[in-house]
Design a protein around this ligand. Sequence first.
Ligand code: TAP
Length: 480
Amino acid sequence: MNNMMLINGKWIGPTGTDSDSTVTNPATEEEFEKIPQADGETISKAVEAANIAFKKWSGLSYTERGNYLKKAASIIYDRKIEIGRLITMEMGKPIAEAIGEVEKAAKILLYYAEEGERVYGRIIADQSRSFQSHVIYYPVGPVAAIIPWNYPIELLTWKTGGALTAGCTMVIKPASITPLSASAFCRCLTDAGIPDGVINLVYGRGSVLGKYLISDKRIKKVAFTGSTEVGKKIIEQCASNMTKYSAELGGHCPLIVGETADLEKAASDATRRSFRNMGQICIAINRIYVHRSIHDKFTAKLKSKAESLIIGDSLKTNGVNLGPMSDKNGLEKIIKQIEDAVEKGATVITGGNKPDGANKGFFFKPTILTNVNHEMLIMKEESFGPIVGVMPFDTAEEAVKLANDTNYGLAAYIQSNDYYEIEYLIENLSAGNVAVNNPDAGVMNAPYGGWGDSGNGYEHGPEGLLGYLKIKQIRKKICK
Ligand code: TAP
């Protein structure tokens, strides 16, 4: 029942033909579900459904739309274990974190259900007293939402919350690794009574069907989260129809640990943000720059914390901190980065291989490398895996130079208790999000977006809703 696409309120299961695709459990490498694959005609039907439903949905008030979202949030919350289990089976994160992700999804919908009522227009005074400009917001139209697999429900919900609240309808394309949790999520929305066609769900390889979806003139916005490489292709495709887009892309995030930092906390926070979800987080810490005077102490603490993390299949073992990586390609990429670094002189101080006895599954130990430099892939290419390089610095200026030596600009982290150093770093780090003395760069009610190759546009907060709206400015003569 969770392996179905949704088009205009109708659920479509696998066809039993060769075009069906399979879903694999990364902890066991077993294929456990078949899903159908959309072709160009199916995409067109989904877009048509969204286009027809747009008129009615956008005609509702924010409160009416918000009520649907509130009901859906309550259903999602009730089904958090079922959906969480699907996430774990599809992409491997520990079940407790998967359930936490679903709970957060419910909260995001509740947040946007309320935020809709705070979309205010503006009245702007003119140079002449006889005129005024009124600014009014309108929903952009049907949205194509293209989602990655690392936070399959949370990242889908950012788009769903913003788009549906704004009055847009949607065609959702989840990652091929995580179709089932997306289907279970959409079922919560349909069970909440969302009218037919308001959300549609299609499956299939993005590289094949993406072009049908993005180039369709009826699609008025493409909301994409994924790699920078694919994001740039999508932006190019949007240009031909001048389709609006938001692109939340890759990262290669630095942490700077200053001389005055609380080392215990800095090491705990770095462990969380380097290895959580097996490092498969756009805002994962990939590079750590530590003041030379504390480099060895900090590194020893980080090593001990990384080694205390329990790796395993959380559906079989309790207390697991890290599951497998989500796919084989990702695992191969980090092994290549480690080999490259070691060849160029790096030292693996912990990890660097699979846990003992893990013959099946894409498991890998959290890995820390020292003696690294910016010639190595690990210090310049997104890892999206549980590996981190640690490098000393002598001055804050040098730390900034190293941290900014990348085309990415998603998040940067600071651990310090020197007020002026913190202010200097905040001012000079080139990133859309900066976290000071904490490991969580994103928060629900504040805008979240990347600089440079990390993206264009915002999610979270009011900005995550405004991105689904367009402006009409009306210049009125108000007196003779
Ligand atoms: P991608 O390979 O870019 O895939 C993301 C989505 O795009 C998937 O649904 C994929 O479908 C689809 N896709 C692939 N090629 C496409 C094409 N030519 N046209 C249209 N759609 C296409 O990324 P991923 O491996 O799933 O996710 C990891 C990346 O996402 C990392 O770089 C990470 O940093 C980034 N990310 C960024 C953020 C934010 S908020 N900035 C958050 C999470 C992840 P298939 O699955 O069918 O290939």
